[in-house]
Design a protein around this ligand. Structure first.
Ligand SMILES: Cc1ncc(C[n+]2csc(CCOP(=O)(O)OP(=O)(O)O)c2C)c(N)n1
Ligand SMILES: [Mg+2]
Length: 743
């Protein structure tokens, strides 16, 4: 079916008249008096606009033929080609899904390749799609510095702030980054998306950073078509909300008028590059052909409104500029329009026949997890003796006797900062205060405040900085103060960090080690929010590495493993630290110092390496295997000693990694005794024990299985916490019961 905007373009251009007397302007002349847009540049940008429009039309043809799967288009937004034109192709770009014009113009600047074909490969989900490998239609390409975005609107804004931050910070640290030192990060989004809390938080973080004087070269582009699916944005809202804001320079233009868009985009891009501060470019656009192919716009917009939008078609606007300036005759405009249609449809016919992804393995190849060989090679990379001596101020931790869990993590962080000049540790209260529990104490003094710093109180910003830093060649180690506060920003790990490799076939990576203080059992402190044990939300993220150290001698090597996996393989790692064990010294009796351990010096790092997905067995009891992690390890070791006095010999298996689970080790240790008791301090529903037991069943374990878990409850304040958290008494009773019933 012919699209009204297609017919309208042909009719309207056909009715245009060349100026009389006609005079052909020089390519270097402005296409309109007073604009920086020359005739030659206007023709180039028009080509991108035409390409973008015909990609949208072809996507609908492909879908109608059963070969295409994506019809959210750029029609009405083709003016964003002006933004690409105002920037350099080395400026990192995180784009709205209506960025056909931007993408094609940037590809033209770089040259080579066939960007029209690339977009169509995404539309038909062909395995040959050069960015996502057939996994999704995204605008992205590594050589164009276009970082692909997910479909979750606004979720890319925190990362964009992070990229802008990283441009300045990498320069200050003297660290290599893919972006030139004077680069500008650009990030576009819709008007409805501008109201999303993710966008509001990110824009606030950018303005706050600028207010504090941080270099933050970020061009925010709001493509305001006045509507989000079917819901209008009130007239004037974007301007009222974002003009005149401290820390944010505001520019605006009619995005349907290419000369005006180029003028404003050029001023905005230049301003950001000069000042190294964020700016907000408000481009007024229209949305043509509905939200997507499946959207029946007439259900919520009147014919008069739809027709008025169509009259503002930016392609018509550029055609008018070219005809009125004498650069092209109407017939020449139409010839270009038709030629582009033919080119795009020919490509569409060709790509429709290309192979798709055909196996689950192929789909999941970017999720395969870090290669154990390169991780183990990566752990043994200590800093030189001199820089270690310097950073530790002569007090090398391997000679400091036995350390607590918190101290071991602190020393391992310092060793990481010494070994990797690109590593940064940051979060709420981590620098000056040294963390709520002192885990990062002293790091800022030793490694400098450019590498260990406090962030605004916004977990989304903490993770966004990590996302932007990681993709920029830095090695971020952000801290989330409490597990309960990860949840409000969790999509930055799930939707952004973990999907980037998937949607870019591993071409883009955002290495990070997110330290999270969590779990229950803090003595007499905190209630639910300081004793949260909800880990299901992390365990189900494909490809995520979830470390759960409990003992000091495991924590340091596990942190090194995570750092190496992030560095060498771009892994997204979460390092979940049990708060209640941070300062624990004893295991069985007060004063026995059974929960302290020495710190391994660099000579022993390779030997101490803890591969991802490897558990640890404590003891060699033959009567039952207690499978546990975190606080459960200390409780289970204490119970195991008591069980021995009752004639039961238990071995205790520490999972150490909650994702991926150490299934092979688990099965081996389960089979030795034939009896498994899972001790799970998290919830009964959605907790770790479900995964452990499912893994045993899936692997064909036929022995006896039991579990004790905390209740499906939030943790109350004070002593009442004991009522819902799993206890040593419960573990002991369950162990006795399990052996009794299966003897
Ligand atoms: C977080 C989130 N919520 C809901 C959606 C579904 N959705 C997709 S696009 C959209 C409207 C976006 O409008 P706007 O930001 O104005 O962009 P436009 O499509 O108008 O260019 C909605 C609600 C989504 N993708 N992400
Ligand atoms: Mg909109």
């Amino acid at each position: 079916m012919a699209e009204p905007i297609d017919e309208q373009f042909i009719e309207s251009v056909g009715a245009m008249a060349s100026p009389t007397p006609w005079r052909s302007p020089a390519p270097t002349e402005p296409v309109r008096e007073g604009s920086v847009l020359t005739v030659a540049r206007c023709l180039e940008l028009f080509d991108a606009q035409l390409g973008s429009r015909h990609l949208d039309l072809a996507a609908r043809v492909l879908q109608a033929g059963g070969a295409g799967f994506y019809t959210i288009g750029s029609s009405g937004h083709e003016g964003n080609a002006a933004v690409a034109g105002a920037l350099r192709p080395t400026d990192p770009a995180l784009l709205h899904y209506r960025s056909g014009g931007f993408f094609l113009e940037r590809a033209r600047q770089v040259g080579g390749g066939d960007p029209l074909r690339d977009v169509l490969l995404g539309v038909v989900a062909a395995a040959a799609d050069p960015i996502s490998g057939g996994r999704h239609k995204v605008f992205g390409r590594h050589d164009l510095a276009v970082i692909p975005q997910t479909s979750t609107i606004a979720s890319h804004l925190p990362r964009a702030v992070g990229v802008a931050f990283a441009i300045g910070r990498a320069r200050r640290l003297g660290v290599d980054t893919p972006w030139p030192a004077d680069a500008v990060a650009v990030c576009s989004f819709g008007d409805a998306s501008a109201n999303h809390s993710t966008a509001v938080g990110a824009i606030n973080a950018a303005a706050l950073g600028a207010y504090e004087g941080l270099p933050l070269p970020l061009l925010l582009v709001c493509e305001d078509n006045g509507i989000g699916v079917s819901v209008p944005t009130p007239g004037g809202w974007i301007e009222s909300a974002y003009s005149g804001r401290v820390g944010l320079e505001y520019f605006a233009a009619d995005g349907c008028d290419l000369a005006a868009a180029v003028d404003a985009a050029t001023r905005a891009a230049h301003w950001v590059r000069e000042h190294r501060r964020p700016a907000f470019l408000h481009l007024r656009t229209v949305r043509l052909m509905g939200h997507a192919g499946s959207d029946v716009e007439s259900a919520y917009r009147s014919p008069a409104v739809i027709a008025a939008e169509q009259r503002r078609d930016p392609l018509l606007g550029t055609a008018r500029l070219l005809v009125e300036s004498g650069a092209l005759a109407p017939a020449e405009v139409l010839a270009r329009y038709r030629r582009k249609r033919d080119d795009v449809l020919a490509l569409a016919r060709e790509v429709a026949l290309l192979p798709r992804l055909t196996t689950a393995d192929a789909v999941m190849s970017p999720l395969r997890g870090p290669d154990p060989g390169s991780v183990s090679a990566g752990v043994d990379k200590p800093a030189g003796t001199r820089s270690r001596a310097q950073v530790f101020d002569g007090a090398l931790p391997e000679y400091a006797g036995c350390l607590t869990l918190a101290q071991s993590i602190n020393r391992a962080l310092l060793d990481t900062l010494a070994a990797y000049p690109e590593a940064m540790v940051f979060g709420e209260d981590v620098a000056r205060k040294g963390g709520v529990y002192g885990v990062t104490r002293g790091l800022a003094n030793r490694a400098g405040t450019a590498r260990v710093f406090d962030t605004p109180l916004d977990e989304q910003t903490v993770l966004g900085l990590a996302l932007g830093a990681g993709v920029s060649g830095l090695l971020p180690i952000p801290e989330i103060q409490y597990l309960a506060y990860l949840h409000n920003a969790e999509d930055q790990i799930r939707g952004e960090a973990a999907t980037l490799g998937f949607f870019s076939s591993g071409r883009y990576r955002n290495p990070m080690v997110v330290r999270v203080a969590g779990y229950g059992y803090q003595k007499g402190f905190g209630g639910h929010f300081h004793n949260d044990d909800a880990v299901a939300v992390l365990r189900d993220i494909p490809g995520l590495v979830l470390a759960s150290p409990a003992r000091p001698e495991d924590a340091a090597p596990m942190l090194r493993t995570c750092v190496a996996a992030a560095k060498t393989e771009g892994a997204v790692c979460v390092f979940l630290e049990p708060i209640a064990l941070y300062h624990e010294r004893d295991l069985h009796e007060p004063g026995d110092e059974g929960w302290l351990a020495p710190y391994e010096g660099p000579g022993g790092w390779a030997a101490a390496h803890v591969p991802i997905g490897s558990g640890r067995i404590h003891g060699d009891g033959a009567d039952l295997t207690i499978v546990t992690f975190g606080n459960g390890l200390r409780m289970s070791l204490r119970v195991a000693r008591r069980l021995r006095t009752r004639g039961l010999d238990a071995r205790v298996f520490d999972l150490r990694w909650l994702a991926p689970l150490p299934v092979a080790d688990l099965l081996r240790e389960a089979r030795v005794t034939g009896r498994v008791l899972v001790v799970d301090e998290t919830r009964r529903s959605g907790g770790v024990s479900e995964g452990v037991i499912a893994a045993l069943v899936d692997s064909g374990f036929e022995g006896a299985i039991a579990r004790v878990t905390s209740e499906d409850s939030f943790v109350p304040l004070g002593e009442a916490a004991r009522l819902v958290l799993v206890s040593e008494e419960q573990i002991e009773a369950a162990a006795v019961g399990l052996v009794g019933r299966s003897r």
